[in-house]
Write a protein that binds this ligand. Sequence first.
Ligand code: SAM
Length: 282
Amino acid sequence: MTKWFEEALHPGITQRLSMDKILYQKSTGLQDLVIFENSVFGRVLALDGVVQTTEGDEHIYHEMLSHVPILAHGAARRVLIIGGGDGGMAREVMRHQSVTDVTMVEIDRTVIDLCRTHIPSLSRGAFDDPRLDLVIADGAVFIEQTDARWDVIIIDSTDPLGPGEVLFGEPFYRGCKRCLTPGGVLVTQNGVPYVQGKEVTNSHRRLVPHFRDVWFYVAPVPTYQGGHMAFGWATDDASLRTISSDVIARRFETLSFTTSYYTPEVHVAAFALPAYVTALLA
Ligand code: SAM
């Protein structure tokens, strides 16, 4: 008898994934966590009943939320990741040899430990990289208290539910702005606009007072149900969003790795928003 994981994140629709093998299922004390195997997407991590990442499509999300800001910035040395407990974002960021320091602030140590054990393909050794400074804390509290500065800040959080909610608030965005170096870029996991449109509207309204250029870019992540996934983009250097694909390609060619989704052309095209998404901008 097949067991099914049912994600009921959006009223009126659910997403079901067969749980062909349950590798771990328990509350971490902060979040309900399950890791299971699915015949299509491989190993799946879900928190509080919401798919976080899967072996099958994680590369789309992690490549787009890391290489777009880093290659647009052009000289990022210090990167801050808020969330990212599965390790995929840290892995992708540290593929850039030019990045010298990565700080990762994750609220739930158990997510890290279980993903290292049960889905090691996500972090692929990232947690052992000497460039990584791992902090177990609430990202909102960390941002409030730190005096450090970063060139790129990546919010790789859960949805604005439970512990993730504070990471979508204006005080947090204001703190992120304070912690960016001049010309730095903030990017965020910003939901699936077709079914979570108010997340784009809210983030836009809360970011605009603090950044000269606020926009979004999109990519399709199959297990984030409902179409395009939106990534928030905020910086005071508006030119970073309109860099040509030739310049991005020249930067991309200097890298010592290949990608499975990201290309310089996809980078540029991702900022061309569908009309229903631009209509959501406050
Ligand atoms: N790719 C996923 C997505 O798009 O929803 C996110 C994956 S990652 C597993 C999300 C991480 O954010 C989790 O490990 C969770 O523990 C962490 N998190 C949630 N709220 C947080 C907070 N306030 N501070 C730091 N980390 C937080």
